[in-house]
Design a protein around this ligand. Sequence first.
Ligand code: FAD
Length: 244
Amino acid sequence: MNNPLRPEHFAREDDGDDALFYDFARLVTHIDDDAIAALSAHYARTIPANADVLDLMSSWVSHLPADLVLISIGVLPNTELAEAAGLEVGNGIVVDEMLATADPAISAIGDCAAFPCRHSQRNPTRLEAVQNATDHARCVADRLTGKPHPYTALPWFWSEQGKLRLQIVGLTGGSDRNVLRGDPANGEFSVFCYREGHLLGVESVNRPADHAHSRRLMTAGRQISPEQAADESFDLRAAAAARG
Ligand SMILES: Cc1cc2nc3c(=O)[nH]c(=O)nc-3n(C[C@H](O)[C@H](O)[C@H](O)COP(=O)(O)OP(=O)(O)OC[C@H]3O[C@@H](n4cnc5c(N)ncnc54)[C@H](O)[C@@H]3O)c2cc1C
């Protein structure tokens, strides 16, 4: 998937007063010692670019019995067919806001499509997530059936990592202020990510209600302030449900 919990999210000790100090890797290993979580944590934090992966893995997991170790890293879009068709290809097959390539007979959707995303300043964006793939499909289906419209869906993501339910709404890259709601110590918290006071997205760990309310809030184009986000007594549900 899009890996919204990017490596730079795992350690923010240098962020000054706004630092969240939440350390996903430490949290995972603290509350869940199963092998998947431990590997994820180590892997996200510490792998050097030129590391010998097998050596690293064997040193990290020497205490874990295993019949088979499967290492899967990264995703590359298959763009060869588009290239052969003479279409523009960058980080994926380049499409416009209607998800059409320069050839009006060819659209690209899902993981392989680089589209101008309204939730990322219309920068070419390629997402790897089920929501994106299915909403892309709906958008193109609408166009093909005579109801054309630009793709505007709000991105959201989820993943289960051991006991951790990770849910993200919005695209949080480029945030300049990250506000904590909840308590990392008990493994349930959300991070509200802002840029220049504008809520970009919310990343939640074991806080499904935060995710649901934030999605509703952002889908409606509404905002809450960083102070409201940080205040546990602030009624997020009511803010999400408010009209106008
Ligand atoms: C291990 C893993 C875990 C994931 N977990 C999550 C998750 O928790 N949450 C989430 O939202 N997303 C998750 N994803 C991402 C999600 O699966 C993808 O975003 C989604 O499947 C993308 O759908 P798609 O239709 O764009 O591409 P795909 O599902 O990859 O389908 C593309 C199809 O096109 C076929 N194909 C490729 N080239 C050609 C060709 N030249 N001719 C004919 N057929 C071709 C492929 O074989 C494939 O069947 C995960 C992905 C992986 C790999």
